[in-house]
Design a binder for this molecule. Sequence first.
Ligand code: GLU
Length: 304
Amino acid sequence: MLPHVTASRPVFRFAPSPNGELHLGHAYSALLNADLARRAGGRLLVRMEDIDTARCRPDFEARILDDLAWLGIAVEEPVRRQSDHFARYRAALDALSALGLTYSSRASRKAIAEAVARAEAATGKPYPRDPDGAPLYPFAERDRRLAEEEAGAGDSAPAASRLFMAAAMERVPPLHWQETGEGPEGEHGLIEARPQDWGDVVLARKESPTSYHLSVVIDDAFQGVTHVVRGRDLFWSTSVHRLLQALLGLPAPVYHHHPLILDDAGRKLSKSAMTGSDKSSLRAWRDRGATPADIRRMVGLEVR
Ligand code: GLU
């Protein structure tokens, strides 16, 4: 029997958020996934990460699928849409809550920013930040205490759910992941996960019953993903993903973080900043007559 028809066929996935047009960075990620999947005799799944129902739209989803087809990427049906699976994410959140690892957090963005500014003014030092540069949640201790006091009092106002990081870390052994790409400082090989660097991450928001971190680990496991190939900006998020996998008893895929395609000013391309006339939008290149081979060349992939 050929290796690629056995049950252990590798599974790759491309997981865009349908909140705008694909840009060259997405094209690179999708093509790299397709190339690596083909070389490994594996499958490539596409998953629409549309948990932000206010910003994600069916017409963007349709355009993304059309762009992928144009690039020559065969997409397995059905395409998984995260907004169809909120109950599954809720069940995982409930499991973490039952372990005493979550608490409600009601602070507004404004209150968080003010508390951070106050702390910085008082100490004269920058407030601790996560790997993306966002301040750690400043009300963690107060909210955990409140959550304990409120326990058993039933649901009150809508709130976000946060992971009680210190308690979560106590439940798991030191965690690692296998990196076949590269991190921001050239990290590769066996990487030590550092979830504590993120503080008490959000697992569900007031306006959405899940978060990126929670849904991505549930879906990668549910879809049997063995290889996660994605942008280097998500390298350190993998720490949180490994922690959630360990807490929820889910398997760890191999990770491959690839370089980002930057714009002329050296900035990361962003879907939300994109318009039809933006020269990094894939659609704009298509409209100007570029071929899929041109796109491969532009993002530095070998043309077959
Ligand atoms: N949905 C994420 C994005 O569009 C990708 C998440 C992932 O690959 O883990 O950037």
